[in-house]
Write a protein that binds this ligand. Structure first.
Ligand SMILES: CC(C)(COP(=O)(O)OP(=O)(O)OC[C@H]1O[C@@H](n2cnc3c(N)ncnc32)[C@H](O)[C@@H]1OP(=O)(O)O)[C@@H](O)C(=O)NCCC(=O)NCCS
Length: 153
């Protein structure tokens, strides 16, 4: 059985933008946010990060999510896990923490129709396909719009 890796789940700060930028480049090579965009986001909007605590990965960012929130709804803007730490439930932990903290809010997002890994992740967390935007991305792919309805207050 694989040993459990110890992790820390924290709200992200703009001072951690360099670490987020490294994962952005790794995860979205054609469309990564630059440091200025990340700092600007975190100065007014939230993010959650998962950090390693053991040996070589102590303090390393392993997974993160950046999102917009208001009183009624949440929009997921970025979500990624370090390539060496995928399929360890880390993106799920990030998503679940937002869902648990905001049970009454609907959560929506856009995903490239070819990104089956992310689509599986969203379906697993109760998101449903609601619409698509044809040829939305620069690569010509459609964007799928997914929503997870909040509980009625
Ligand atoms: C999509 C991504 C964020 C998933 O991160 P992760 O930490 O590996 O996800 P989790 O381990 O929490 O996976 C949860 C579920 O997602 C689905 N999933 C994730 N990766 C998958 C894969 N390679 N193949 C099939 N299903 C996958 C599965 O349903 C999985 O549950 P399971 O492991 O019990 O089967 C990650 O692959 C990534 O960073 N991709 C590049 C960036 C990206 O595409 N972000 C999404 C933009 S919309």
């Amino acid at each position: 059985m694989e040993a459990k890796t110890e992790i820390l789940v924290e709200k992200l700060q703009s001072s951690q933008a360099t670490k987020i930028f490294a994962l952005e480049k790794m995860s979205f090579p054609d469309s990564f946010w630059n440091i200025r965009q990340i700092v600007s986001h975190l100065e007014s909007q939230p993010g959650i990060g998962i950090f390693g605590v053991e040996e070589n990965f102590a303090g390393s960012l392993l997974s993160y999510i950046l999102y917009l929130e208001n009183a009624w709804e949440i929009e997921i803007l970025r979500i990624a896990s370090h390539r060496e730490f995928r399929r360890k439930n880390y993106a799920s932990i990030c998503l679940a923490s937002i869902i648990e903290e905001n049970p009454n809010k609907s959560i929506h997002l856009e995903v490239d129709s070819s990104n089956s890994n992310a689509i599986e992740l969203y379906r697993k967390h109760g998101f449903q396909f609601v619409d698509k935007r044809k040829a939305y991305y620069e690569n010509g792919n459609d964007a799928y719009l997914f929503v997870r309805q909040g509980l009625s207050p």
